[in-house]
Design a protein around this ligand. Structure first.
Ligand SMILES: *[C@@H]1O[C@H](CO)[C@@H](O)[C@H](O)[C@H]1NC(C)=O
Length: 184
């Protein structure tokens, strides 16, 4: 008897894991938007005057040559480094329910030092233990793996509305909710 119950519970666990493995839009859309936000924030923290040489020279109008440089923050090497760590930041996110629309998304709950340590209103967050941010982290890693080149090229080109481009136009992870409610 107990063995049967065990089996049934296991089957349910496997089945619900499988359902989660199919792309849950709340999870994947949130993870995608979070990646864009975290990267934009990290880039904004770097002195825009810092540049790196990218090899080659540029011809100036007066005929002189200068080495070709790009802003360090948006250089490909720096962006790849940021991408390596970005999913660790998903532990700063939790499931959030919009008090008006009741829609769910994952939002950053941990304040950044530049917010002056202001905590958001916790009552709309649903802290579900580590599983919540673990599944967000997994979605994040999947997206980074799939979209690494798109992410790097959007950020090196200093595109506006990166989240919208990346998460709706390029990848389709956000098909509906977040964008229609003008969160981006
Ligand atoms: C992760 O969060 C920390 C703290 O806000 C921030 O300093 C860092 O730039 C973030 N990392 C990435 C890759 O966005």
């Amino acid at each position: 008897m107990a063995a049967w119950i065990g089996l049934i519970l296991m089957a349910i666990a496997i089945f619900s894991k499988g359902a989660e493995g199919r792309r849950d839009e709340v999870l994947y859309c949130s993870a995608c938007v979070a990646i864009a936000d975290e990267l934009s924030y990290s880039i904004s923290q770097i002195d825009p005057k810092k540049t790196v040489n990218v090899g080659g020279f540029r011809l100036n109008p007066d005929g002189s040559m200068t080495e070709k440089t790009v802003p360090l923050a948006r250089s490909e090497t720096h962006l790849s480094e940021l991408l390596d760590g970005v999913c660790n930041n998903m532990s700063d996110y939790a499931l959030y329910e919009d008090p008006d629309t009741k829609e769910h998304s994952y939002k950053r709950f941990a304040p950044r030092s530049s917010d002056g340590g202001n905590f958001p209103d916790f009552k709309n967050f649903k802290f579900a233990g580590p599983e919540g941010s673990d599944s967000l982290k997994f979605a994040c890693e999947t997206i980074v793996e799939e979209l690494e080149e798109d992410i790097i090229s959007l950020f090196t080109r200093e595109e506006q509305h990166v989240a919208l481009k990346l998460c709706s136009e390029v990848s389709g992870h956000c098909k509906s909710s977040v964008f229609q409610h003008g969160e981006l």
